[in-house]
Design a protein around this ligand. Structure first.
Ligand SMILES: NC(=O)C1=CN([C@@H]2O[C@H](COP(=O)(O)OP(=O)(O)OC[C@H]3O[C@@H](n4cnc5c(N)ncnc54)[C@H](O)[C@@H]3O)[C@@H](O)[C@H]2O)C=CC1
Length: 519
């Protein structure tokens, strides 16, 4: 079925696709939903048209999926790492082969530009390839003990892991969670966001086609209720969650009842610090990359852009000039660089942040309005013009060094907007900017632009965040760990370290002599 949907992709254009295939997957096949009366419409963000119906899974369906995953786990976990690697490499190959079709479907469901979606799909297969490479390296330790006795450790899987995803990177999140889980010998039941239910099931089919046992990677559709069922299920060993802080707290609380392991990838309000000795052209490009990918709906975005006061005028001139010419429109066109936001309520929320920022004294230098592309089929789409905000008080007094006139307490500077809105703030000294950058409950990412190598590393060391980019922003190679400090979560995705989050260590102690009993 997915084959036929994917096969229709090459000719598909915005506003033409309707998805009628079942979107649940367990036992090695797509499964018809049982709660048809609970259908929720899923929209194509670029047109506002209904793309498909999402039927949330109830308790019976969740249980069935988990049982199917557990049966597959019993087989998969007995394979050698190299055997698992071979199957995973085949899955990566199939994704690579179908990258254009999968990316197109992702664009239609998510609204991001095709240029970005292709990168997302590439990152997905690279992640699977990377963990396939690590699967054969999993090993324990041998420890010599007195009298010829010894111990050894075995790195073992956890069992059935649950993945719960957000809507901003639907296919990529499913890959980031499943690849390390499967490499370690686990099974996974994945629940995509109810707003982007369409592509995770394609991954499930590809895993099956590559040779994984039926049930090894299952997809259950639904929202909070289905997520709750997954977190409470007694067979589940671990929950890996990507989403907002409030939901992350709930997931952690529910998982704690069953003493399940948890990885939380939550939101952020990351600082990007631009010193006056930077390469300005690169710093401007970095600020755009830090704010406008996926219509600004990226958890690690550097939305608080601190610019050293002396270069503020040049920085603003350049960043505004470039922001104004970002091509917004049909996300399936190659020339488009910004597509539609995920939903109408989310668009309204983001526009509301801009209105609030104005009330609190920020000045809009460009964008921040709902945008209607000239193509009539896009007139109901959820588009907005990318926005650069600066505090009005600062703007007038920008040449008065030392004046504390920026507004770190403005709502747009404190809260995660999750839209294409950059807040620019002036600073004077390194010590001051570190203090202000760290003055947040989040700690996902950070960035610094400077030509001073000592300062770059000093600033990186002093920022309270899981990632610091030096002289770039928002690059996430799969070899590099990704995750948060503070309320941005814990645990990591990508990189070697993630093996630790999907496996457990067993110690085996071997006596070679007689038992010395105290009794
Ligand atoms: N740190 C990271 O890697 C990322 C973090 N995010 C964060 O995600 C947020 C936006 O994504 P949303 O999908 O709106 O977040 P959300 O927290 O509303 O939903 C995330 C997922 O949790 C599920 N869910 C909702 N209530 C649940 C419950 N009670 N139990 C179990 N699952 C439940 C949703 O159905 C969805 O699949 C932003 O705050 C963003 O910063 C997004 C992408 C990446």
């Amino acid at each position: 079925m997915a084959q036929s949907l994917l096969d229709s992709m090459p000719g598909a254009s915005t506003g033409t696709v309707v998805v009628t295939d079942h979107l649940n997957f367990w036992g090695g096949k797509r499964v018809k939903p049982r709660q048809e009366s609970k259908a929720e419409a899923v929209f194509e963000p670029a047109t506002g048209r209904v793309l498909c119906q999402m039927f949330p899974c109830g308790a019976e369906e969740v249980d069935e999926a988990i049982r199917s995953a557990h049966a597959a786990y019993l087989k998969w976990s007995t394979l050698a790492g190299m055997e698992r690697a071979r199957v995973m490499l085949e899955a990566a190959r199939i994704i690579r082969e179908r990258r254009e079709k999968i990316a197109k479907l992702e664009v239609i469901n998510n609204g991001k530009s095709i240029t970005e979606a292709l990168v997302d799909i590439d990152v997905a297969w690279q992640c699977i390839e990377y963990y396939a490479g690590l699967a054969g390296t999993l090993s324990g330790q041998h420890i010599q003990l007195p009298g010829g006795a010894f111990a050894y450790t075995r790195r073992e899987p956890l069992g059935v892991c649950v993945g719960i995803g957000a809507w901003n990177y639907p296919f990529q999140i499913a890959a980031w969670k499943s690849a390390p889980a499967l490499a370690c010998g686990n099974a996974m039941v994945f629940k995509p966001s109810p707003m982007t239910p369409v592509t995770a099931v394609i991954l499930a089919e590809i895993y099956k086609e590559a040779g994984m046992p039926d049930g090894l990677f299952c997809v259950v559709q639904g929202g909070a209720e289905t997520g709750t069922l997954l977190c409470h299920h007694p067979t589940v060993a671990k929950v890996s969650f990507t989403g907002s802080v409030p939901t992350g707290k709930k997931v952690m609380e529910m998982s704690s009842k069953g003493v399940k392991q948890v990885t939380l990838e939550l939101g952020g309000k990351s600082p990007l610090i631009i010193f006056k000795d930077c390469e300005l052209e690169n710093a401007v490009k970095g600020a755009l990359m830090a704010n406008f990918l996926t219509q600004g709906q990226v958890c690690c975005n550097g939305t608080r852009v601190f610019v050293q006061r002396e270069i503020m005028p040049q920085f603003l001139e350049e960043v505004v000039k470039r922001t104004k010419v970002i091509p917004v429109g049909d996300p399936l066109l190659d020339g488009t660089r910004m597509g539609a936001l995920i939903s109408k309520p989310h668009l309204e929320k983001v526009l509301g942040f801009v209105t609030q920022a104005k009330k609190e004294g920020a000045k809009v230098l460009c964008g921040g309005d709902a945008f209607v592309p000239s193509d009539p089929k896009l007139k109901e789409g959820y588009f907005m013009s990318p926005c650069v905000l600066v505090c009005i008080v600062f703007y007038i007094q920008s040449f008065s060094p030392g004046t504390e006139n920026c507004r770190d307490n403005m709502t747009c500077v404190k809260e995660e907007i999750f839209g294409p809105v950059m807040s620019v703030l002036p600073f004077d000294t390194e010590e001051e900017v570190i203090r202000r950058a760290n003055n947040t409950t989040f700690g996902l990412a950070s960035g610094v632009f400077t030509r001073d190598i000592s300062r770059a590393h000093r600033v990186a060391a002093n920022l309270e965040a899981g990632t610091c980019f030096i002289n770039n922003y928002n690059i996430s190679p799969v070899e590099v760990p990704f995750g948060g400090y503070k309320m941005s979560g814990f645990g990591r995705e990508n990189g070697q370290v993630t093996i630790e989050y999907y496996s457990q260590l067993k110690t085996v102690v071997v006596e070679m002599g007689d038992v010395e009993s105290l009794f």
